[in-house]
Each structure stands twice: as structure tokens, then as C-alpha cells.
Design a protein around this ligand. Structure first.
Ligand SMILES: [Zn+2]
Ligand SMILES: [Zn+2]
Length: 266
């Protein structure tokens, strides 16, 4: 029983065969998926993600403005996310949010300001956050320390590909760390060393599909069924059975996102 804790399956990449993709996930033992809605908040992308989740029982939804789209964030976007987090069926997290200084699709000062605003808003709403960070480690930690205080810092660094230092700081701040197919890539020795070290009650697994398909599917479109390969890799690294990795990551997912509590109150 695997949970894909971060996937993008509401987009056009899956329009032609979404049902088959979900069936393959089910057949592979993937019992739940957290689908992350991203894009220009004013273009209906969050409503689309929630609507898809509503039609599939074991799909949960996260919504938030990705650092790529930070330039579209405004008061209206913030109220929309707040409202949908309250009223949307099975909306369990605010994200993905953070900083991406690799692509710089939005100006860095705008990314930092919008990251701060979304952290504070998520904290006010009491929902955990999903952090995306690339080539912005110091700034990410600084902002989490200054603008995500006062409450338990609940969240996950998704698709982790940072330094050991970043992993330790994130764990120190109370975050979980989620590993994707990158872990299976040939050159990912540093990341595998980190995955060996992360406490077993603080890790998650994900695909981040349609991107980053794990070995042996590398280069193809990724899909939730392939999260099994991430679990297999962690099992080998830690000397565990794959079933234990699945079970531990499921427990960690439920502790962090509390999907049943949130789902049953609405
Ligand atoms: Zn991301
Ligand atoms: Zn993502």
C-alpha cells in the first residue's frame, strides 16, 4: 500500500488516459495520491484540481502558488486559496510554495515576498505546507525561520534534491523530507546518502509526475504507479523490506497531513 505524496495528474499530460493511469496506480498498490494544483491562480487551475479530486475517492488535493507563478499572486489569489482550503473536498495542504532560483520564472524578490505571504496564510488556516526549493537553500531556511513561527512548523520539503546541510536544517525545523525518482538516478549518490540518514518517521515518497520518472522508466512520462521504484530504492538503501518502507511512509503521510480528520470535517 503506497502513497504518492506529490503528483500533478490534473493537467493536460494525463487528459488522454487518466483513467488508465489511475488503474495502473491501483494495480501497483498505490492506494492514495496527493495531487498538487499549480499554475496561474486566476486561470481556474485550483478549481480544476479540486474537481478532479472530488471524482476520485483516494485522491487528495493541495493548492498553492508555485514559485514559478509567484508573479500572479495577489490578495485575490490568497483569498481564493483560503476559501478553497476551507470548503474544498479533501484539500489537505497549501502548496507547492517556495523559491526556485534555477529557472527564475518570477523575479526573486517577488518569489520571496509571495513565499512569506503564503506561509503566514497557511499557518493562519492551520494547514501543512509543501515546500519547493531549488538553488535557494539559505533564503528558504531564513524565510521559514522568520515567517513560519508561532505554530508547529508542519510541512514537507518535496522532491528533495538539496544538500545534506539543507536536509538537516529542514529536519531541525520540524519538516518531513520527500524523495522522488531522482533518488534512483545514477549520479545521485549524495542524495542517496541523505536518504540513508533521514529518520524513518520523517520521510515521504512521491513521483512529482509527469516529471522525473525513476529508473527504469527514466525519460518517459512519469505516473503514480512508479512511486514503487522510489520505495524500492529506499528499501535497498536502508536494508528494509519494501512493504516496511510503504507502511512507514504511509504513517508519515497520515501524521503530517491528517487526511482523514480533514476529510471527515467537511
Ligand atoms: Zn516542485
Ligand atoms: Zn510538483
Amino acid at each position: 500500500m503506497f502513497i504518492d505524496s506529490h503528483a500533478h495528474i490534473d493537467g493536460p499530460e494525463f487528459d488522454a488516459d487518466r483513467d488508465e493511469v489511475l488503474e495502473r496506480a491501483h494495480a501497483a498498490g498505490v492506494t492514495a495520491i496527493l495531487n498538487v494544483g499549480t499554475g496561474d491562480p486566476h486561470s481556474g487551475v485550483f478549481e480544476r484540481a479540486i474537481d478532479m479530486g472530488r471524482r476520485h475517492e483516494r485522491i487528495y488535493t493541495a493548492i498553492g502558488v508555485h514559485p514559478h507563478d509567484a508573479r500572479f499572486y495577489d490578495d485575490k489569489a490568497e483569498s481564493l486559496i483560503k476559501e478553497l482550503s476551507e470548503t474544498g473536498e479533501r484539500v489537505i495542504a497549501w502548496g507547492e510554495i517556495g523559491l526556485d532560483f534555477h529557472y527564475d520564472n518570477s523575479p526573486r524578490d517577488v518569489q520571496m515576498d509571495v513565499f512569506r505571504r503564503q506561509l503566514r496564510a497557511a499557518r493562519d488556516c492551520g494547514v501543512p505546507v509543501i515546500i519547493h526549493t531549488r538553488e535557494a537553500e539559505a533564503e528558504t531556511i531564513e524565510i521559514l525561520q522568520s515567517d513560519y513561527t508561532g505554530a508547529e512548523r508542519r510541512g514537507v520539503f518535496h522532491c528533495f534534491s538539496g544538500s545534506r546541510e539543507l536536509a538537516l536544517r529542514a529536519l531541525d525545523l520540524g519538516f518531513a523530507i520527500s524523495f522522488s525518482g531522482i533518488l534512483t538516478f545514477r549520479r545521485a549518490d549524495d542524495l542517496r546518502a541523505i536518504a540513508k540518514e533521514v529518520p524513518l518517521d520523517r520521510f515521504l515518497i512521491e513521483t512529482d509526475c509527469p516529471f522525473l520518472a525513476p529508473v527504469p522508466y527514466r525519460g518517459k512520462r512519469n505516473e503514480p504507479a512508479y512511486v514503487v521504484e522510489v520505495a524500492r530504492c529506499i528499501a535497498e538503501l536502508r536494508g528494509l523490506e519494501i512493504e516496511s518502507v510503504a507502511e512507514l511512509s504511509r504513517q508519515n503521510f497520515e501524521t503530517l497531513f491528517d487526511p482523514f480528520a480533514r476529510a471527515s470535517t467537511r
